[in-house]
Design a protein around this ligand. Structure first.
Ligand code: ATP
Length: 268
């Protein structure tokens, strides 16, 4: 238990600046099942905060509540200190909480730029069906889309049909679409899923860059990548947080070793 205490005390040595996103006691029930159980979490700009856990631990449910796609049963979520727990998803996206999805959500027939522009438009316009009314607004969405594509390293492919991109580039496009909404918080649900080594490296480089201006929450099963990139790791088991701390603290945490990570993975 001493090591667990170390992991917890490391968590309390979090940056002194106020968190960008602060979560307290967040809970989600599905009938009698507690999918997420009283989770506390602080996300800071400048940090990649990974949430790991076995299948069914509650990671996607957590992200869905943070993005506003799923209502919380109880608890609260604050963005810059302002409560957003019951704010609907579109409003929450406009307030600065952006997300990417496990499944690719791009329109394969549209170009890379068009996909990104649609994301920018959806964020910028509370009533997207009226976007054609303003050429100025369209120009703005276009500009935001290009900036996002440049950051994600996809500007050279802007006129390519999205469906013809490699798997890794599609995941990059997902991140670019999220960036086009100009979020302050990035919620990334398994951005490395199905990627080869080279694509993984590219994505990790991108995340490393993005954390400078964003608070990044990363849900990811690739443990090598998580331990390389994360500044903090929160471990969930059966809906509850069992440990939270730096990668070094988590690596030696006996509760985490027992509950989740295989011994082999922890030696790296
Ligand atoms: N809509 C739902 N209705 C009922 N139960 C659900 C629903 N969504 C999730 N659950 C249950 O909640 C628990 C947490 O699921 P969740 O998908 O959040 O886990 P996860 O950690 O993201 O898993 P994975 O790594 O497999 O994506 C699981 O027991 C799951 O079966």
């Amino acid at each position: 238990m001493a090591d667990t205490a170390a992991a917890v005390s490391t968590a309390s040595a979090a940056p002194l600046v106020a968190p960008k996103l602060s979560v307290r006691g967040l809970t989600r029930m599905f009938g009698g099942l507690i999918a997420v159980n009283g989770v506390d979490l602080d996300l800071h700009v400048g940090e990649v905060h990974a949430v790991i856990g076995t299948n069914g631990a509650g990671k996607s449910t957590l992200i869905n509540m943070l993005s506003g796609e799923m209502a919380a049963s109880s608890g609260d979520i604050r963005l810059d200190g302002r409560e957003v727990t019951r704010m609907p998803q579109p409003q929450r996206a406009r307030a600065g909480i952006g997300r990417s999805y496990q499944r690719t959500t791009i329109f394969p027939e549209f170009s890379v730029l068009e996909n990104c522009r649609l994301a920018a438009q959806a964020q910028a316009h509370p009533r997207p069906w009226r976007i054609w009314e303003s050429a100025g607004r369209c120009r703005l969405s276009n500009e935001r889309a290009r900036v996002a594509l440049e950051r994600a390293g996809l500007l050279a492919h802007q006129h390519v049909q999205a469906g013809s991109l490699s798997h890794g580039a599609k995941r990059q496009l997902e991140v670019a679409m999220c960036l086009a909404t100009r979020p302050q918080v990035l919620l990334l649900d398994e951005p490395l899923a199905g990627m080869g080594a080279e694509e993984t490296e590219r994505m990790l480089g991108l995340l490393q860059e993005l954390k400078a201006g964003h608070a990044v929450l990363l849900v990811e099963h690739d443990m090598d990548a998580v331990f390389r990139i994360a500044d903090r790791i929160t471990v969930m088991v059966n809906g509850s947080v069992v440990a939270s701390g730096t990668p070094d603290a988590i690596r030696v945490d006996p509760v985490v070793r027992t509950a989740y990570l295989g011994e082999e993975q922890m030696h790296g």
